[in-house]
Write a protein that binds this ligand. Structure first.
Ligand SMILES: CC(C)(COP(=O)(O)OP(=O)(O)OC[C@H]1O[C@@H](n2cnc3c(N)ncnc32)[C@H](O)[C@@H]1OP(=O)(O)O)[C@@H](O)C(=O)NCCC(=O)NCCS
Length: 352
């Protein structure tokens, strides 16, 4: 009689990607025309050359819908196969219900769950980790994981320290359940530890972090604690506020730390990772993180030059673009990482 126990295991894998950015291109000259700034300053300090902005009144769910349809079709599925939506955003259609519910209705899905995750620029990493956990617990087969933000509506057009940085965008992936006997469930890193499963696609591990002591360094201060009044609106409390220099320093350190931590726990070296797909906030943050970790620049895709910081949407947009360009190949090992308001940050290790 066989002595070994075969473990029926569940894991999740990314099956399709999609993205959508608005048509309207906003150049650096747009800001230089009315603010004390210049194309040269913005390029040098951030790497941003242009961003895309929606027309006023566009909803997050409207921008996300084409990205989701593209991801579903790339996965070889139809909307009827989707039984869950986890959506990262801080620029929802309304205060409630969730943008995920509006998106569900737009897509014509009436099956499964739909909810939003608020982790600012880490929204996609948080959403992906949540969807992976739900699939592993048997609560979803094909889950749409979405990152969408429209910061054009929450930036102060007269604050040169913030208004030049952000763009609007949406990205999505379909995360699907996979079952087999070769993946070991639960124990982080076990998939990689077993030599024979090194080529199996799926989410290999993740880590989510937050430290609310830094909440005020990057926030939109209007809400229940500070309701809209003529005075608070005059102060611009409905706009994003940021201490840029502090955020910059924290971003480099936290991205490097969480990357190292996820790789160490999985027993993977920096050299073994094919691409480091990291939050697109500022080219200098990406290059500093890469230098810190000894990552060659060609392993760090950059599109912040074309889209600016699209918050929760940056990572799925980079994924979709890299896949289209053939920059991600089957079997590649990817390290996704992000940091944002909260502060919140995190990383996910994925085999394509
Ligand atoms: C915002 C950011 C680009 C500013 O660059 P920086 O090199 O740190 O610049 P500082 O904040 O030190 O400001 C230096 C000077 O540039 C000025 N400045 C800021 N924005 C400017 C702009 N668009 N054009 C010209 N000058 C600008 C500042 O007012 C400051 O002037 P001062 O010295 O007279 O006070 C940078 O701090 C940054 O990218 N931070 C992280 C932002 C981020 O990623 N946020 C999202 C995280 S998810």
């Amino acid at each position: 009689m066989e002595n070994s126990v075969k473990i029926q295991t569940v894991a999740s894998e990314i099956r399709g990607t999609g993205m959508c950015v608005p048509e309207r291109v906003v150049s650096n000259e747009h800001f230089a025309a009315y603010l004390e700034t210049s194309d040269e300053w913005i390029r040098e300090r951030t790497g941003i050359e242009q961003r895309r902005w929606c027309e006023k009144g566009t909803s997050a769910s409207a921008l996300a819908e084409p990205a989701c349809r593209e991801a579903i079709s790339a996965a070889g599925l139809t909307v009827n196969d989707i039984d869950g939506i986890v959506l990262g955003t801080v620029t929802p259609d309304n205060i409630f219900p969730s943008t995920a519910c509006y998106l569900q209705a737009r897509l014509g899905i009436t099956n499964g769950f739909a909810f939003d995750v608020n982790a600012v620029c880490s929204g996609f990493i948080y959403a992906l980790t949540t969807a992976d956990a739900l699939i592993r617990s048997g609560q979803g087969t094909n889950v749409l994981v979405v990152g969408v933000d429209l910061y054009s509506g929450i930036i102060d057009p007269n604050d040169r320290g913030t208004c030049v940085l952000f763009g609007d965008g949406a990205g999505a992936v379909v995360l699907s359940r996979k079952q087999g006997e070769s993946l070991v469930d639960g124990a982080f890193g076990d998939h990689l530890a077993q030599g024979d499963v090194r080529s199996i696609s799926g989410i290999y591990g993740s880590e989510l972090k937050a430290d609310g002591r830094f909440a005020d360094l990057l926030c939109v201060p209007m809400g229940t604690a500070n309701p809209p009044t003529p005075d608070s609106l005059k102060r611009g409390d409905h706009f994003l506020q940021m201490q840029g220099r502090e955020v910059f320093k924290f971003a480099v350190r936290s991205l490097a730390d969480v990357t190292k931590s996820v790789l160490d726990r999985a027993g993977v070296s920096v050299e073994e990772v094919d691409l480091f797909i990291s939050h697109q906030a500022n080219k200098r943050i990406l290059l500093s993180m890469a230098k810190h970790l000894g990552i060659p620049e060609e392993k760090v895709p950059i599109n912040v030059d074309r889209y600016g910081n699209t918050s929760a949407a940056t990572i799925p947009i980079v994924l979709a673009e890299c896949e289209r360009e053939g920059r991600i190949k089957k079997g590649d090992l990817l390290l996704l990482s992000a940091v944002g308001g909260g502060f919140s940050w995190g990383a996910v290790l994925v085999r394509w």
